[in-house]
Every structure is written in structure tokens, then in C-alpha cells.
Design a protein around this ligand. Structure first.
Ligand code: M6R
Length: 639
């Protein structure tokens, strides 16, 4: 794995491009946005410095809507400026509308800002800025940065600092020092016409080095047709580009350096960040996707913060039963949620395949909470189940990755997973972020209903916060799983077993293998083996066994170990996924895959990952199109 692949292309929802040079900037930035559209595509916008104004255009929907609007405006000179920033958006704060599309302007219209990421303290900043007279024109967190930057620039000018690119860089440094969360920001100021300033914290930003012109972008694919010389920025750095050069500093203003590199990928490899498939890229993005989904969810008092909750605390206290409805991978996340919700909240929780839900006349009323889980927010089966629940007067809470999609729009409340766009048909980062969202909802319910103390909730949240680093460690050691995949590519069937939260993991592992490798694969509750499936075991049949933590319920783990022995005794080739330190399982494993230790209920965040890699690599070894498996669609909008 090259350095560029790991650091320049970590996830995030939006695509950003900046250009400064001697050529008309609009077409260059638009070309860049076209290349980045795969990152997010619910709206797009551009700001061009032209003479003494910043001209902006932004549109909800595909990039084509922006292009059309720009063509209509060509006469007002928007196409002639040589400094511009542009953005394709994957909404987090604020729905995907024209007014929420980036760029966002300061009150005086001089400063334009685009942003990728989540500003965690935006509510506090917004209140402070509004108290100082700022008028907000959008629902985004980004607009805070535009008002803050303009205020800093004004203060610097009033204190006698000379106008020029250095002033813009200092204004940005002062701004980002006030921000919490993850962000890449780009900004232009009409009084500093030949400069674009950028900043990054936990969100990607790369510089493209040209001759008499320079670029900024969330990944190199945006400028690859203009230059192949790039600079990778470090964490917490500010970069100033002018036609003459590139200057990098830290957030305090100390000079800093980036890492120069030459891009030798073609354009399509660049889109995938150097990975062979979007799926592999999305698997690698999971630590960041989880961190983003957790960002801003804990209030200063330690309460869980949900988005767009049109349910009162009393509504949630009145809930006497939870139904989870979802399909495919999202259904598996719901199965895990059942264990967590019943354990933490102590109310009954049923999980239903959305396609079955309304046909069996479920008993629902106002005190039933229905949780609809969907990455796309458009799955017809889930939508119809949701509508059925609403007709029965149940309250519906959506967990969704796509801001503004139909399922969250029709729900009473929504918790967005901040996984960023998932391009590969096989769901990976959506699954893990759905799990995180389910945990957060379970903890929120438990807290509101008084069955868990704030410190108990905070302790689970703090364990969740360590998951991204643990996942990075796990992902760094997947070579053996890849080798195993090559070995298994000719197997005629692969079985998966697990108990408790390991059972949905077994189902998810089998689903991944079916949809990608077109192999017969089945997941079972390990206790069910003796009731029939054990007859499938033949000499050499691969059986993937998900072992619960011995630190959880010892009896559960021991039962799975017995199941492993049972299948082994009948000739199975056992692939055992167990927790680091659980050495006692080694004698029963033909292949042992160790994952970092986690609390029992959080274990699927680890144990699923080797199964994603296994399926992806087996599919690749069998010569299949990993990102677009046959007969499948990313968003299933028919029943
Ligand atoms: O967009 P949704 O989460 O509602 O999609 C649900 C399923 O169609 C989806 O998870 C599907 O099972 C995936 N292809 C599995 O990888």
C-alpha cells in the first residue's frame, strides 16, 4: 500500500477543488468536480473571484444542474476569473437544497468557503455568531466557518495588517483554531484575488503543483489531467496557494512541510484512491466512517445527540416495544441492535425483514417505536414497511446514510450515519456505521428511560471511540485472510456459524460471499447445527466460526468452541475468528484470524471485517466484478 493511498484518500462525504493560476478557473474546477462526483452528489456549487466580487452558483442535484446554471450565466462573466473553489456535496448538516449547497458566503459576501467534514461545535459557534449580528442563510455547519473567517479577516485588517495572501492564511489559521471536529476547508476572499487558502484536520486535502498555477482537492483525481506532481498535507495544516507557489504552516503559523509525491495512477485508479475496487477502498474507510458517525453525538453533559429528532423525550419514554425493519445487510445490523437494545433498554425489540413486515399484520400502536435502517434511504421494501408502520400510528426513527432521501423524510426522526457515499454494491462501511448508529440509539433510549446512568453510557461511548484505531490495526494485518481467500476460491460451499451477536455476523459473512463470489454460502446460529445443517459438512467443507469473547459470557464462548469441535470431527476445515488472547481456540482452528478485543456487544464491529475482505478477495480471485456483482443494484427501488 503506498503512502498516497493511505493518507490522501481517506474518506469523506464531499468533493472539493480549488484552483489559482492564469487560466479561466471555472472549467478547470468543473472538470475536477466531475472527477470527484463519485464522492458525493446531492448538490454542487462554485465560487469564482472575478474583479471585485465573488460570484457563486450552486444547485441541488447532480453536477449537471450546476453546469446548466453556469451556462445560462456565462454572459455575466463568471467564466473569466482565474481563482475559484468548487464543491460536490454529500449532505450532513442541512438537507440537500440549493441554499445548503456550498460555497457559503460571509455576511458581506466577500469570503466564500467550502467544506468537507463535520464541525462538531457548530451549534455553539452559530449561537455566538448570531448573537454578534451574523445572519445565517443555510442550515449547514459550514456557514459558521465563512462568518468566522470574515470576522477574523476584518479584525486583522482593522489591526493594521496589510492585505494579501498572508492575511488570508492567518485568517484561516485563526478560524480553524476555533473549530472542533473533522474538516477540510477551502476559502477565497475577494480582497485577496490571487489566492486560495485551505486547511485540514482529519479530512483529506492534497495540493497539485503546476507551473504558474496550483490546485487543491480532496483527492488527486481532481487535477490529474493537469499535473501529476502533488503534495500531501499533514494533519492540522494550513496551505496557501497562489500562482507563484505553495506555502504550508501549522495551525499556529509555524512553517511546515508536506510530502511531495508523483502520481502514477491512471484516472480511474485515482478515483478508487489507488485501490483495485471501490469495495476495498470503502473497507479501508471504515475507521474514519465510524469516527465521523460518532462525531458530535455526545453533548457536553454526556447525553447522546441525535439529528432531526421530531420525537420528544416523553415519546421515547412511552415506547413499550421496538421493531426494526430493514433489508439485506441493513437487516443484519438490526439483528445486532436487538441484542444491544434488549440488554441496555430492557424493552422487547423485534427485527423484521422489511419485505415481510406489512404482510403479517404486525401489532403496532402509538407506543411502538419502529427503527427503519437503510443506507440509501430509498429501498422500496423498507419504505413500504415504514408507511405501514405510520398508518398504524407507530413512531418511526430512521437510520440512514443519505441525507434528504425518502426514508428519513417520511420518518419522525433520523440519525444519519456519516459513512460518506458507498459506491460498491456490497455494503461495508454502511454496515459498520449502521451498527454504531444502533448502539447510539440504544444508549439514548436507555439514558432517557433512566435504565442506564450517564457514566455507564459514557463508558460504552468511550469504548466506541477506540474502535477506529482498533480497526486500523486490524486492517493492517489482513494478509493471511487474503492468502486464505485465494485458497478458498474453488470451494463449492462455505458455511458460517456464530451465536449471540456473532450470529448476524455469520449471516453477513455468508451474504457477502453469495453476492460477490456467486458461491453457495449459508450462515447459521451455531446452536442450530445439530438440528439439520450439520449434515452439510463433508470432508474439507470450509466453516467460518465466529467466536464470542471469553470475557463476555464464558458459557456462550464455550458452546461455540464445542460447535467448532463438532464440525471439525465431521471433516470441516475451520476458519476461526476469535479475540486476541483467546489462545485456547487455536487447537480447533485450521486458520485462526484474531481480532482486537472489544466489549461483547461491540464485537461485530471487528469480526465482520475479515469476512468482508474474504468475500472481496475470493470474488476477485474468481474473476468477478467486485463493485458491480451480477443481477444486483445498489439501491433497490422496487418491491
Ligand atoms: O440501501 P439499503 O441499506 O436499504 O439497502 C438494503 C440492501 O439492499 C443492501 O444492504 C444489500 O443487501 C447489500 N447489497 C448487501 O451488501
Amino acid at each position: 500500500m503506498t503512502d498516497e493511498r493511505t493518507s490522501a484518500t481517506l474518506p469523506h462525504m464531499c468533493g472539493i477543488v480549488g484552483y489559482v493560476g492564469n487560466r479561466p478557473a471555472v472549467s478547470i474546477v468543473l472538470d475536477g468536480l466531475r472527477r470527484l462526483e463519485y464522492r458525493g452528489y446531492d448538490s454542487a456549487g462554485i465560487a469564482v473571484v472575478d474583479g471585485d466580487v465573488v460570484l457563486t452558483e450552486k444547485r441541488a442535484g447532480k453536477l449537471a444542474n450546476l453546469e446548466k446554471a453556469l451556462t445560462e450565466r456565462a454572459a455575466d462573466g463568471i467564466a473569466t476569473g482565474c481563482t475559484a473553489i468548487g464543491h460536490t456535496r454529500w449532505a450532513t448538516h442541512g438537507g440537500p437544497t440549493d441554499r445548503n449547497a456550498h460555497p457559503h458566503l460571509s455576511g458581506d459576501g466577500r469570503v466564500a468557503v467550502i467544506h468537507n467534514g463535520i464541525i462538531e461545535n457548530f451549534a455553539r459557534l452559530r449561537a455566538e455568531l448570531e448573537a454578534g449580528g451574523a445572519e445565517f442563510r443555510s442550515d449547514t455547519d459550514t456557514e459558521c466557518a465563512a462568518h468566522l473567517l470574515a470576522a477574523e479577516m476584518r479584525a486583522l485588517r482593522e489591526s493594521g495588517c496589510a492585505d494579501g495572501p498572508q492575511l488570508l492564511a492567518e485568517g484561516m489559521r485563526r478560524t480553524v483554531r476555533r473549530l472542533e471536529g473533522a474538516f477540510t476547508l477551502l476559502a477565497v476572499d475577494v480582497l485577496v484575488p490571487d489566492a486560495v487558502v485551505g486547511a485540514r484536520r482529519n479530512s483529506p486535502l492534497v495540493v497539485g503543483r503546476g507551473a504558474g498555477e496550483n490546485y487543491l482537492a480532496s483527492d488527486v483525481s481532481a487535477f490529474i489531467e493537469h499535473t501529476r506532481e502533488a503534495v500531501e498535507l499533514g494533519q492540522d495544516q494550513v496551505v496557501l496557494i497562489t500562482p507563484a507557489g505553495i506555502e504550508i504552516s501549522d495551525f499556529q503559523g509555524n512553517p511546515a512541510t508536506g510530502k511531495d509525491f508523483h502520481i502514477d495512477w491512471d484516472a480511474s485508479a485515482a478515483e478508487k484512491g489507488g485501490y483495485d475496487y471501490f469495495m476495498l477502498k470503502e473497507i479501508a474507510e471504515q475507521p474514519q466512517a465510524i469516527a465521523d458517525t460518532l462525531l458530535g453525538r455526545l453533548s457536553e453533559r454526556g447525553d447522546i445527540v441525535l439529528d432531526e429528532v421530531r420525537l420528544t423525550d416523553q415519546d421515547l419514554r412511552d415506547v413499550d416495544k421496538v421493531f426494526i425493519i430493514a433489508c439485506g445487510t441493513a437487516y443484519h445490523s438490526g439483528m445486532v441492535a436487538k441484542y444491544a437494545i434488549e440488554h441496555w433498554v430492557r424493552i422487547p425489540c423485534e427485527v423484521e425483514l422489511a419485505s415481510e413486515f406489512r404482510y403479517r399484520d404486525p401489532v403496532l400502536d402509538r407506543s411502538t417505536l419502529v427503527i427503519a435502517i437503510s443506507q440509501s434511504g430509498e429501498t422500496m421494501d423498507t419504505l413500504m414497511a415504514l408507511r405501514h408502520a405510520k398508518e398504524q400510528k407507530a413512531r418511526v426513527l430512521a437510520i440512514c446514510n443519505t441525507n434528504g432521501s425518502t426514508i428519513p423524510r417520511e420518518s419522525d426522526a433520523v440519525l444519519y450515519t456519516h459513512g460518506g457515499p458507498e459506491i460498491a454494491v456490497a455494503s461495508t462501511k454502511a454496515f459498520l456505521t449502521q451498527l454504531v448508529a444502533c448502539y447510539l440509539i440504544g444508549l439514548h433510549l436507555a439514558q432517557i428511560r433512566g435504565v442506564m446512568y450517564a457514566d455507564e453510557v459514557a463508558s460504552v461511548v468511550s469504548r466506541l471511540q477506540t474502535i477506529p484505531d482498533q480497526l486500523r490495526d486490524l486492517l493492517a494485518g489482513m494478509e493471511d485472510v487474503r492468502a486464505l481467500a485465494r485458497d478458498l476460491k474453488t470451494a463449492s460451499t462455505v458455511l458460517f456459524i456464530g451465536r449471540h451477536v456473532g450470529f448476524p455476523v455469520a449471516l453477513e459473512g455468508a451474504l457477502k460471499l453469495k453476492e460477490l463470489a456467486y458461491m453457495h454460502a449459508e450462515g447459521f446460529a451455531a446452536g442450530e447445527l445439530k438440528h439439520g445443517p450439520i449434515a452439510l459438512i463433508d470432508q474439507g467443507t470450509p466453516v467460518v466460526c465466529v467466536v464470542p469473547s471469553p470475557a463476555g459470557r464464558g458459557v456462550l464462548r464455550d458452546k461455540v468452541v464445542s460447535n467448532i469441535q463438532e464440525v471439525r470431527a465431521r471433516g470441516a476445515r475451520t476458519i476461526v475468528i476469535a479475540e486476541e488472547g483467546d489462545d485456547a481456540v487455536a487447537p480447533y482452528a485450521d486458520h485462526l484470524i484474531l481480532v482486537p478485543r472489544t466489549p461483547t456487544l461491540l464485537a461485530p464491529l471487528m469480526t465482520t471485517v475479515p469476512l468482508q475482505i474474504l468475500a472481496c478477495e475470493i470474488a476477485a480471485a474468481r474473476g468477478h466484478d467486485v463493485d458491480q456483482p451480477r443481477n444486483l443494484a445498489k439501491s433497490v427501488t422496487v418491491e
